[in-house]
Design a protein around this ligand. Structure first.
Ligand code: FES
Length: 243
């Protein structure tokens, strides 16, 4: 229910909420709704991932990107990452979007330049992709017609895990990250904290309160706290902590 039309071009899941309320607290029933699902038929996907220099640049770009959400039958935009803030746009339409619309997206996200750019185009399938690298780091990627790499690109860009020699993988039609990238699972979605980060802190002897202080995991909605407690309980005493 937190993801409404601030971040997408519809009311999102809020459109599914029913009118029922709890008779005592008057809280609305937000977590259960009967739905019927049909395919949307929006077979042409779009995605943009753009790295920003800091939070203020990311928020400013997020604000500008909201203006184009209405141009697509489905579209959303949001922030991702902690140390390197990213703005991530996803859209879909029933058929290929024209070159002018793709160029407008590139301009909006500051990806219309040629310097440091690599391209992939398949005119028959109307697939068009572009990535721009600067100083050995990916600045942004725009995918149109095929967006499988989005599954790992956000993490790679947010954590600078994509070695410059592997930047071409950003345009590959694969949901699998390059082998050199370490697979990780997000344990705390609210704070975007992975199992790898938690294990690194556990190695130093951290317990739950210390993890919450250093990584902020488990300090928002709290739904990840049982998982973090389990990781703490299952982690063998570290040499660092014992010393
Ligand atoms: S998922 Fe960790 S605090 Fe919400």
């Amino acid at each position: 229910m937190h993801w409404g039309n601030q971040f997408m071009n519809t009311a999102g899941a809020n459109a599914l909420a029913c009118d029922a309320i709890d008779p005592y607290s008057l809280q609305p029933e937000l977590k259960h709704a009967a739905v019927q699902i049909t395919t949307a038929g929006l077979s042409y996907p779009l995605a943009v991932v753009r790295r920003c220099a800091g939070q203020s640049e990311a928020l400013e770009l997020l604000q500008r990107a909201r203006a184009v959400l209405a141009d697509f039958p489905y579209a959303n935009v949001g922030l991702y990452g902690r140390t390197t803030p990213l703005v991530v746009f996803r859209g879909a339409s029933a058929g290929p979007v024209d070159d002018a619309a793709i160029l407008a997206l590139d301009r909006l996200f500051g990806l219309d330049g040629e310097e440091g750019a690599i391209f992939y185009a398949d005119a028959t399938r109307r697939i068009s992709k572009k990535a721009i690298a600067q100083h050995g780091r990916l600045l942004g990627v725009r995918l149109a017609g095929e967006t499988q790499a989005l599954a790992w690109l956000r993490q790679a860009m947010a954590e600078d895990e994509l070695d410059v020699s592997l930047i071409r993988f950003a345009l590959a039609p694969s949901a699998k990250a390059p082998k050199s990238m370490v697979a990780r699972n997000i344990v705390c979605k609210c704070a975007d904290v992975s199992d790898i980060q938690i294990h690194q802190e556990l190695e130093k002897g951290a317990d739950l309160p210390q993890l919450q202080k250093s990584l902020k995991c488990g300090t928002f909605c709290g739904s990840c706290v049982p998982d973090i407690k389990r990781m703490v309980a299952e982690h063998p005493p570290s040499i660092a902590a014992a010393a």
